[in-house]
Design a protein around this ligand. Structure first.
Ligand SMILES: [Zn+2]
Length: 218
């Protein structure tokens, strides 16, 4: 498959970023992050463009690896260039068509601001017809507890996100909500819960921690 979802395993970072941390904004040593990213580039055999993610809805088209754009979705139409989204609980969403691929950061804010739809529309504008979507590991609908205000805000827009924890607290199932935005794509849901999986980074579980990534290429 022309994509990969990474986890904690491999890499050179030390605690609490052990060990394949790809995030350069979380307090890890810069040299370790660069080495981890270089290992990943070597593994897939091409450069990877990352983002400065800000929970916004900006979609950026990249043609080469230059700087790191501030955005929450990256699209490329270039072969031999990969795009990446970093996460530690949020949903890493990857999109693929014959003419373009995209990496999208979909947390609660991204779900609400429609960044996934905006990215799909941008891919259609570039000529994408059949779009495959791949949802990677994220915090699950039993673990993502939220306050009452946030719960009602999200559930009023995405009723299928209504969920509860094993002890009956209000939680959000962001993947169920996101799926309603992916109805015109061919969906492969590769979700597993990062909070419950010690081999994954989870901000909710650990606070100071690293980031895994979803990476895709044409
Ligand atoms: Zn869970």
């Amino acid at each position: 498959m022309p994509f990969i979802f990474t986890n904690r395993l491999g890499g050179v970072s030390k605690d609490p970023f052990t060990s394949a941390n790809l995030g350069d904004h979380v307090g890890d040593e810069a040299a370790s992050v660069l080495e981890n990213r270089a290992q990943l580039e070597s593994q897939i055999g091409m450069p990877i463009v990352f983002m400065n993610q800000v929970h916004g809805d900006t979609v950026v088209l990249v043609e080469e690896k230059t700087n790191t754009p501030t955005c929450d979705a990256l699209i490329t139409t270039e072969r031999k260039l990969a795009v990446a989204v970093m996460v530690a609980d949020c949903i890493p969403l990857l999109l693929k068509s014959d003419v373009a691929v995209a990496a999208v950061h979909v947390g609660r804010k991204g779900l609400m601001n429609g960044v996934a739809r905006k990215t799909i529309d941008a891919m259609r504008d570039l000529g994408a017809e059949v779009i495959h979507s791949y949802i990677g590991p994220n915090i699950c609908g039993s673990c993502y507890e939220v306050g009452a205000d946030i719960f009602s805000e999200v559930v009023s827009k995405y009723p299928s996100s209504d969920s509860s924890s094993r002890t009956g607290k209000a939680t959000l199932d962001l993947v169920s909500g996101l799926k309603t935005d992916l109805k015109d794509t061919v969906l492969l849901d590769l979700s597993s819960c990062v909070l419950e999986d010690k081999n994954s980074f989870s901000y909710r579980r650990d606070g100071i921690t690293g980031r895994q990534a979803g990476v895709i290429w044409l």
